[in-house]
Write a protein that binds this ligand. Sequence first.
Ligand code: TYR
Length: 420
Amino acid sequence: MSENPLRKATPQEQFEEVTRGTVDIQVPEDLKKKLERSYETGKPLIIKAGFDPSRPDLHLGHSLLLTRMRRFQDFGHQVVFLIGDFTALIGDPSGKNVTRPALTRDEVKVNAKTYQDQVFKVLDAAKTQVRFNSEWLDTLGTEGMIRLAARYSVQRMLERDDFKKRFRENRTISIHEFLYPLLQGYDSVALKADVELGATDQLFNLLVGRQLMKDEGMEPQVIMTGPILEGLDAKMVDGKIVGDKMSKSLDNYVGISDSPDQIYGKLMSITDDLMWRYYELLSSRSLKELAELKAKVTSGELHPKAAKSGFAQEMAARFHDEESARKAMQAWEERYSQKKIVAEDQPLVELSLGGAPKMLLAKALAEAKLVASLTEGRKLMGQGGVRVNGEKVSDPKHELDAGEYLVQVGKHKSARIKLA
Ligand code: TYR
């Protein structure tokens, strides 16, 4: 029994881990009860999270939900990755002020395939159940659909913010959009979900699921919503992070299938404030570790850039591996230090060869005051900290002929050296 992952942590510990960073839980007491019962009986909870394959690429925003699914999975619960291939034919109206264009079955199929390739970078494929809602919605039929539609009133549908707003502003709401929350709710009935996860924009849909389950005489699902991640261009205004949500169409996203270089580079471009927000929401470091890290940056012991690099590497490693993440960091450092050095902007230092054909590079460094002494110059060269025209030079006996060279020492010192 000790091998059973359901017994790895107490119900209370599981509760704390799986609810980390949630915005809304309905109802926390029910979740505790479900976790306790599962602990007693050894029967895993069914955790549902649905994705409409309406866009082919997943990004860091979606990974928030996947990370929570993974936490449940690690405690031995049954995660159902539900692909809304049927609901994608409608398109979720949540948060939209216009009707979404419907996708064809073929587009949905292609997107669904790419989804699966991406989510298993976070979820354990062997322990994930992948379902498609066409499985039960296709067979629901016209009669089933009418029965379902009879279960909810237009008034209650219009309580939903986005519908209410569109109604008030006289914008079109098509009848099929009302069906969306009902179908999503019916999915929960079909799956006998214990818990359904979603971002805050899903609250209404999730509650409909709870209601439909109650109507069926089933134990209603617990619903948990998580925050919507801000995009890479978000900024701190009056002590709050403000910005559009991460999305591909706004080009402020990090894609799950981006290369390690892209992930690293994009995350190095965010502000320090946004870095802390991302750390809190996405990093697997504990809140205690984060507090320590922040204290080090505040006291000046650690440069914010180093903290950012740590986060960017963690994300690159999450979607690839440690080794590629480290390489991405090195490549970025090299490009970054190269880019900053524009030859023309560097001070020109003219040195005399004094009649000799060549001069030791270490000596040139010292004479140009880029290093304190010949010895220090040799030492830095040996450590790989000296570049001539962008190339690393580590041989301490390296000599320069007459001519002009762009010389860099470490990351911050450089000059054009002219030898004559
Ligand atoms: N409505 C969800 C979204 O747009 C996707 C979804 C589809 C969730 C079907 C659950 C479900 O049963 O993100």
